[in-house]
Write a protein that binds this ligand. Structure first.
Ligand SMILES: Cc1cc2nc3c(=O)[nH]c(=O)nc-3n(C[C@H](O)[C@H](O)[C@H](O)COP(=O)(O)OP(=O)(O)OC[C@H]3O[C@@H](n4cnc5c(N)ncnc54)[C@H](O)[C@@H]3O)c2cc1C
Length: 321
């Protein structure tokens, strides 16, 4: 199949690909997004999703990318500021990474953390409901003149270039797919499973962690739903929800928030966080075109999306000039 007649081909319809595509299309560039999975089947739809770095290689770009994203959401009213608790099983634990730049940080009294937790902080941070947010990005891209082709899987960057001969720039926003597509053996999946329920009236989020990375419990209320988690299984590629894991998530979240006993289960989501020692955001000459890589955002892709899109779009625009 010969792809659409666009100057830029974006591979990937998760939050990273769509945000970069919006940036470029709104700059007047002819852009096509092609992806093996449409937005609502990507890892991005499984995110909770709270603003703050987590499971991502930290370097001096992260803080700026996160700040740009937060400012974009604030100026366009895209995210809801939500208050909640980040708790730890340990006494006097250090503040979790995702919460370090949150607003209104106050240490909890022991009575404010649920049974089983020994310390915590109250904080306020932007939160997004991902299915609707991905729909919004998709529609905004369309309004700016962008086109999409799903499902469309490429075996390599050469394959993508050959099937899209007009594209002078390829943006590689393939998440965990970059492991085979580039190929890049530094990309490792960190599987996350979530349960979605009706919202029985919960208004605050909760994130609880223990010393073991497997000990992660969180819940994020949205308008009519609550996203419950979680898991972080390194190297696990399964996209199938595991019923025993779903039971464990429900039990852990109900222990924290008993109102969930009244909630109905609406669905299950599984995503593969694209972990990498550092986010890869750079341009290189490959497959006969300029390839702008934008992948490896681990557990922070939503948080970094607008900052990374800004930099990736600048690299693509420079190549088109
Ligand atoms: C349970 C869970 C909770 C999370 N919570 C948060 C949170 O609270 N805050 C936060 O900031 N982040 C969170 N994350 C992380 C965030 O979801 C990811 O960092 C982000 O979704 C990565 O986006 P992406 O667009 O790079 O990848 P993806 O969403 O995986 O999209 C990749 C796209 O590339 C396409 N693709 C891949 N390979 C190919 C190929 N060969 N050919 C064509 N197309 C291809 C796919 O089909 C897909 O469309 C969470 C993740 C999980 C799993």
């Amino acid at each position: 199949m010969i792809g659409a007649a666009a100057d830029v081909l974006v591979i990937g319809a998760g939050v990273i690909g769509l945000t970069t595509a919006v940036h470029l299309a709104e700059a007047g560039v002819a852009v096509t997004v092609a992806a093996a999975e449409p937005p609502r089947q990507t890892t991005s739809v499984a995110a909770g999703a709270i603003w703050g770095p987590h499971l991502v290689g930290m370097d001096d770009r992260i803080e700026r990318w996160a700040r740009v994203t937060r400012e974009h959401w604030a100026s366009s009213g895209l995210a809801r500021e939500l208050t909640g608790v980040a708790a730890s099983r340990d006494e006097g634990a250090t503040l979790p990474e995702f919460a370090t730049a949150a607003s209104g940080l106050t240490e909890c009294e022991p009575s404010e953390v649920p049974y089983g937790y020994r310390s915590g902080w109250r904080l306020t941070a932007p939160v997004l409901a991902m299915p609707g947010y991905l729909d919004y990005l998709h529609e905004r891209f369309g309004r700016a003149g962008g086109t999409t082709t799903f499902p469309d899987k490429f075996s390599s960057l050469d394959d993508a270039s050959r099937r899209n001969p007009r594209a002078r720039v390829i943006v590689n926003a393939s998440g965990c797919g970059a492991r085979d597509l580039v190929p890049d053996s530094d990309v490792t999946p960190v599987r996350g499973q979530a349960v979605v329920t009706s919202n029985p009236g919960i208004t605050e989020f909760f994130v609880g962690a223990g010393a073991d990375p497997a000990d992660l419990t969180y819940l994020f209320p949205h308008a009519d739903t609550v996203v419950l988690g979680g898991t972080q299984d390194v190297g696990n590629w399964s996209r199938e929800p595991d019923p025993a894991t779903a039971e464990r998530i429900l039990a852990a979240c109900t222990a924290v928030q008993p109102a969930l006993r009244r909630a109905r289960i609406l669905g299950h989501r599984v995503g593969l966080r694209p972990a990498r020692p550092l986010v890869r955001l750079e341009a290189e000459q490959a497959a006969g075109v300029t390839v702008v890589h934008n992948y490896g955002h681990g557990g922070a892709g939503v948080t970094l999306s607008w900052g990374c899109a800004q930099d990736a779009a600048a690299l693509a625009l420079a190549a088109l000039r």
